[in-house]
Every structure is written in C-alpha cells, then in structure tokens.
Design a protein around this ligand. Structure first.
Ligand SMILES: Cc1ncc(COP(=O)(O)OP(=O)(O)O)c(N)n1
Ligand SMILES: Cc1ncsc1CCOP(=O)(O)O
Ligand SMILES: [Mg+2]
Length: 308
C-alpha cells in the first residue's frame, strides 16, 4: 500500500497547481473512501491514479475512469511519469476513427454548432430564429402532452426555411413526430429513451456529460454531439458535479475533439471567449440571452466574442 500511496502523492504534487483540481466535495468527506482494492483495479498505477484523482476533487466514478486511463497511459507510453495526464482517446479506450464504420452512429451535425440558445418556449425559439442564431434548443418543461406537442410543432415551424438548427430537449417521441432536426438528452433521459427509434428516424442526438466517466459512457452511443458542463455555476439546474471550470473543460475538449462539442453552464459575455479557446465548436447559454434587455443584440454580441 505504501508504494501506491507514494505514487499517488507524486501524481497529486505534480498536478496540485493545475486548474483541473477542485476542492474535495463535502459529501465525499462524509462518506467512506471508495473501494479501490486489487479486485476492482488492474494494477498499482490504476490504484494510485484513482486515489490521486479523488484527492484532486474528482467524483468517484471519474476518479476510477482516470485510474484506468492512467494505467493504459503507463503501458502505452512506456512508464510512470507523474507529470503526464491521460489525454488521448486510446488512454480512455475510445475509438475516434470508427464513426464512419459504425452503423449505430447517430446522424452527423456540424462540428461547430456555434452559439446555441437553450430556450424555455416556442416564442423564444422564434426570437432566436429572427436573431439568426445558428443553433437553438426548445427546453420546455411540462407534464401536459398537448402543450408539449404544440410547443414543439411551433418551434419546428419557426425554424423551417431558416439556417437555425433546432434540438428538442427531453421529448424525443414528439420530436420524431414533428421531424425536428435533433434531440437533446441527459444521462437519466437515456435510460428510458428509445435511442434506436431516434437514430432510425434520422434525428441527431446530443448527450449531456458532467465528467470523464459520462464522456466515456456517451461515446459508446456515438451521438451527434457531446455537451459538457456545467463549466461555471448556474442556478438554472441542479448539477450532479461541481462546476468543472476552464481547466477541466480544456482537458475534456482535447480528449473528445473527434466529436462536435458544446460547453454549457454559467457562460456569459465575460467568459465565452475563454470557453471557445478550449476548442469546443459551440457554447450553449440560457441567461446570457434571456436575461438581457435586448436578446437579439446579445446573440450578435456573443457571436462576435466567440469569433474574436
Ligand atoms: C446543450 C445542453 N446541454 C445540457 C443540457 C441538460 O440536459 P439534462 O441533463 O437532460 O437536463 P434538462 O435540460 O433536461 O433539465 C441541455 N438541456 N442542453
Ligand atoms: C440546462 C442546463 N444544463 C446544464 S447547465 C444548464 C443551464 C445553463 O443556463 P445558464 O447558461 O443560464 O447558466
Ligand atoms: Mg433532460
């Protein structure tokens, strides 16, 4: 165990100053440490990196994913170097070159979806089309199937004949019926959605992720894009992980670069340029558009900042 501790200490001190480190979440401090014994981990490197990642503030499932990636990195790159960080698809057992050969891949969407407005209803979708935003999402939350269908139909109609691409959040069946451009699903939504129905209907699929483990999981479905967040704090949604920050976003964007990527969560005009520099082709925002005096001007300004 002392060798594992020593390797973990080396990794932590090599990366302590990196901005991928976050404070260990409170709930982790009050729960027993994860079981990272020889039954679940292949080797010392995996154990050490898992332990180090926990101390760097990664949640347990991400720490375990990092442990496995670290172990592959050591094997593939010829030895232990605490200053390295797993960053290549093969470290995470991803197969970036298989999209064209994968019959289960979701239909492609542009690599750069640009500014992506996540909007609460069809009127807002219409405003975004008028503002010529490149990508918009209808994120209308309701229990009422009639209202949902109406909102989706109106949104699809609003984007017809425009250059704006429309994703429908959550309601994949209604999105298929209305022949929307695509669907956005979160990790829990994926458990109940019929992904095959979405794929065979030819709709694009965007998936939410909140860290390494969910990215590796999402990759198995070969979605049209992968969303990553929350980058910064947001009060619009309770997130399963702490805000990941720019340091982690840069690492995620490098790793998942073979996908169209969307960054989301707390992004505004002060941060959008730094977010784009991570390499993501799209930035999704809510309040940076809806809570401004002139949403149309905000769309223009945010796009200018993305290009700057
Ligand atoms: C572009 C984009 N990214 C993430 C989300 C969040 O989706 P989900 O986790 O399913 O949460 P809800 O939006 O359904 O509350 C999103 N909608 N869009
Ligand atoms: C829907 C959603 N999913 C992750 S963060 C978020 C809300 C983002 O809103 P804002 O851009 O105002 O922080
Ligand atoms: Mg959802």
């Amino acid at each position: 165990m002392s060798l594992i501790r020593d390797l973990a200490d080396q990794i932590v001190s090599a990366h302590r100053k990196d901005d991928i480190c976050l404070p260990i979440p409170d709930y982790t401090l009050n729960t027993p440490p994860p079981r990272i014994d020889n039954e679940s981990a292949a080797d010392l490197n995996e154990l050490a990196a898992t332990l180090a990642a926990i101390e760097m503030g990664f949640i347990e499932k991400d720490a375990k994913t990092i442990g496995k990636a670290w172990s592959r990195m050591v094997l593939q790159d010829g030895g232990f170097d605490p200053f390295k960080w797993p960053s290549r698809p093969e470290h995470f057992d991803l197969l970036p070159w298989t999209r064209n050969m994968n019959p289960k891949a979701f239909k492609e969407c542009p690599k750069r979806l640009g500014l992506y407005g996540v909007m609460p209803d069809a009127d807002w979708v219409k405003r975004m089309v008028e503002a010529e935003i490149p990508t918009v999402q209808l994120r209308f939350k309701s229990e009422d199937r009639y209202k949902i269908r109406k909102q989706i139909r109106e949104s699809v109609k609003a984007t017809e004949g425009s250059k704006t691409l429309l994703f429908i959040n959550d309601y994949w069946e209604e999105a298929i019926d209305a022949e929307a451009y695509g669907v956005h699903l979160g990790q829990e939504d994926m458990e109940t959605a019929d992904l095959e129905a979405i794929r065979s209907a030819g709709l694009r699929l965007g998936l939410s992720t909140h860290g390494y483990a969910e990215m590796v999981y999402a990759d198995r479905f070969c979605p049209s894009y992968i969303a990553m967040g929350a980058v910064f704090p947001t009060n619009l949604k309770k997130m399963p992980t702490a805000p990941q920050g720019l340091g982690r976003l840069y690492k995620y964007a490098q790793l998942m670069n073979h996908y169209p990527l969307v960054a989301i969560g707390g992004i505004d005009e002060s941060s959008i340029h730094a977010v784009v520099k991570s390499g993501v082709g799209s930035v999704a925002v809510v309040r940076a558009i809806t809570q401004t005096k002139d949403p149309k001007a905000a769309v223009k300004h945010l796009q200018e900042l993305m290009r700057a």
